[in-house]
Design a protein around this ligand. Structure first.
Ligand SMILES: Cc1cc2nc3c(=O)[nH]c(=O)nc-3n(C[C@H](O)[C@H](O)[C@H](O)COP(=O)(O)O)c2cc1C
Length: 402
């Protein structure tokens, strides 16, 4: 267990390293005299605790990456040593095309988690996105839990994060504030309409998102990424998002962590049967990640991040082949992050190992080669693409990619 944070810290009681509990909301080790009874902070703690304690993955729907088949090459004619995984992404050089996806910040336990994630990003030269900075924009004291990411990852590609709904007021100021807070290399704006509806939040913030996004893009001097949070992005939505001047789309598709699930379980705990039921109803809602990558790639040459349910290096390799520039994961890194950077590093290295193995057996020397490798699409994914009249990359009428 990592030094100051025990699992109990995520279950409402924070245990000091001497084993004595202090009430949730008070400062562990006297270091973070910040959030008390604050609903955003409580929600953030609930999210971490529920994601660690309960099963929050999609149940009856997958990423559909099992319907993507890379063509085996029995004669790769390369040695494993020749394989190069380095890649450029939004101006940064990464050791392999991987990003730690947005998770947390703003509450005491996030300090340790973000510290471990950032140390890993720095050591492995991969990207990292912090969790929503909404809380820290409102409460100066909680900024430390985000700034720790830059302290621990002085040279890493670090991405700031804020919800589109929260940008409806003073978008430019908030976007610039989030970037400045962690000296970010990019800003990611998340779309989470399903989570908001299950959470019972006021959904008014979603009525003017494209305008808001334009203002955010104007206000910052770093690239802006738009990401979903586990329900995917369709080609129609991608087309609209592109008009705002954003630089990258992160599909965060269905098949991994379900935010309807997380909010349903939260509602269950507070005996809100109606919201709990709604969350169960929409548990498996969304566009599977593989379909979302192909949909978005069919309408843009902008960089695309594949995320939502990527659990292996082979998943990552398939996503790169069907059109993504980078892959990312959130949930698989959460538990390791509570136990320190070494555990996160081990987990991320496993993605790298699987990716390299996939590159070897398809005969790809570089990420560019892998992104050109042949693949086949079967099953439900093929039916989906047929009905949507979308040709995956490589088929005659498919668009050329960068
Ligand atoms: C504990 C936790 C907290 C998250 N918080 C945020 C957040 O603050 N902002 C955001 O854009 N996405 C957030 N996400 C969503 C992830 O970034 C990601 O899009 C989603 O979990 C799908 O990826 P996965 O299947 O690899 O977990 C969070 C995910 C987890 C597991």
């Amino acid at each position: 267990m990592h030094k100051d944070l025990s699992l109990e810290a995520c279950f409402g009681l924070i245990f000091l390293s001497n084993g004595k509990p202090v009430p949730a909301g008070s400062a562990p080790n006297g270091r973070l005299p910040m959030e008390t009874k604050n609903s955003t902070a409580e929600r953030k703690r609930d999210h971490i605790r529920i994601c660690l304690e309960r099963s929050v993955q999609f149940k009856r729907k997958s990423t559909w990456l099992e319907h993507v088949h890379l063509l085996h090459n029995a004669l790769p004619e390369i040695s494993a040593k020749e394989i190069k995984t380095e890649t450029r992404f939004l101006g940064a050089q990464l050791s392999f095309p991987f990003m730690i996806e947005a998770m947390t910040g703003g509450v005491p336990e996030a300090l340790e988690i973000n510290s471990a994630l950032a140390e890993s990003a720095e050591s492995l030269k991969v990207g990292m996105c912090v969790g929503s900075q909404r809380l820290a924009l409102e409460d100066a004291e909680s900024r430390r839990t985000f700034r720790v990411a830059r302290e621990k990852a002085p040279t890493a590609f670090l991405v700031a994060n804020i919800g589109a709904a929260q940008l409806s007021e003073r978008p430019g100021e908030k976007a610039a504030g989030a970037v400045e807070m962690i000296e970010a290399n990019a800003l990611s704006i998340h779309l989470n309409p399903l989570q908001e509806v299950v959470q019972g939040e006021d959904q008014a913030g979603f009525s003017n998102v494209l305008k808001t996004m334009e203002k955010a893009v104007e206000a910052v001097d770093v690239p802006v990424i738009v990401k979903e949070t586990g329900c995917g992005i369709s080609r129609e939505v991608a087309k609209k998002l592109i008009t705002t001047g954003v630089s990258c789309l992160d599909v965060a598709g269905a098949g991994g962590t379900s935010w309807a699930a997380v909010e349903s379980l939260r509602a269950e705990e507070s005996h809100d049967d109606s919201r709990a039921g709604l969350g169960r109803e929409f548990w498996d809602w969304g566009i599977p990640t593989a379909a979302s990558v192909i949909e978005t790639r069919s309408v843009t040459n902008l960089p695309i991040v594949a995320s939502g349910g990527l659990r292996t290096g082979l998943d990552l390799a398939k996503c790169l082949a069907i059109g993504a520039n980078l892959g990312g994961a959130a949930h698989p890194l959460l538990w390791p992050a509570t136990m320190g950077a070494n555990n996160v590093i081990r987990e991320i290295r496993q993605y790298m190992t699987g990716l390299r193995a996939a590159m070897f057996v398809v005969g790809a020397r570089s990420i560019v080669d892998l992104r050109r490798t042949q693949f086949l699409v079967t099953g439900e994914l093929m039916q989906w693409l047929d009905q949507r009249k979308i040709k995956p990359r490589g088929e005659p009428s498919a668009r050329k990619r960068k």
